[in-house]
Design a protein around this ligand. Structure first.
Ligand code: FMN
Length: 170
């Protein structure tokens, strides 16, 4: 699928059907995300996936009510990054680990869209509960929980700013 089409299809989806993604499809999506660039190729992004009923319920319990409702029936991908590697040598430190993970997550979302899956990034979550359940080590910073599944109904397009509001060319 052509890139412009793909980025239009990708929307934050808040209503999912009961079709659950398979482990092999998750693996394909993560393999694509791994092709994104990172600081000195440090590749500090890490993924924890809830696919079983038990794991999905546990992750759901780490979400506030409105995110639980938006992601019902979906599986979950939790993404984190190893601290202290990306950005080493710069005085901005760990900021670059978050930057790298954001890039990796963008590839992940677009690959999911290409494969006919929809996603919702959720920044509001109880990261402590997730760390305990998946055994995420303390040297990782947990960022979003990403719901993944198939859309039920059509999501609304959220309008973007005029490019001239965000762009300066000299
Ligand atoms: C870092 C980040 C955190 C977000 N957290 C949430 C969240 O907790 N719950 C939610 O419903 N949407 C969340 N979103 C989705 C945004 O609201 C959504 O991307 C934005 O409104 C633009 O809509 P679109 O993704 O359909 O283009 C988050 C998005 C990002 C990038």
């Amino acid at each position: 699928m052509e890139l412009n089409e793909l980025v239009k299809i990708r929307r934050s989806v808040r209503s999912y059907s009961e079709d659950r993604i398979s482990e092999s499809e998750i693996r394909q999506i993560i393999a694509c995300a791994q092709l994104s660039p990172s600081w000195k190729n440090t590749q500090t992004g890490r993924y924890y996936v809830a696919l079983s009923d038990e794991a999905i319920e546990t992750v759901m319990n780490c979400l506030p009510d409105f995110n639980q409702n938006s992601s019902r029936n979906a599986a979950y991908i939790i993404s984190s990054y190893q601290k202290g590697l990306s950005g080493a040598g710069s005085d901005e430190g760990d900021l670059w680990g978050a930057y790298d993970l954001g890039l990796q997550n963008a590839y992940l979302l677009l690959k999911a869209s290409e494969m006919g899956y929809d996603t919702l990034i959720m920044g509001l979550r109880d990261f402590q509960g997730l760390k305990e359940y998946f055994g995420i080590p303390d040297d990782e910073t947990v960022l979003p929980v990403i719901a993944i599944g198939k859309r039920k109904g059509e999501p609304v397009f959220k309008p973007r700013k005029d490019p001239d509001e965000i762009l300066k060319i000299r």
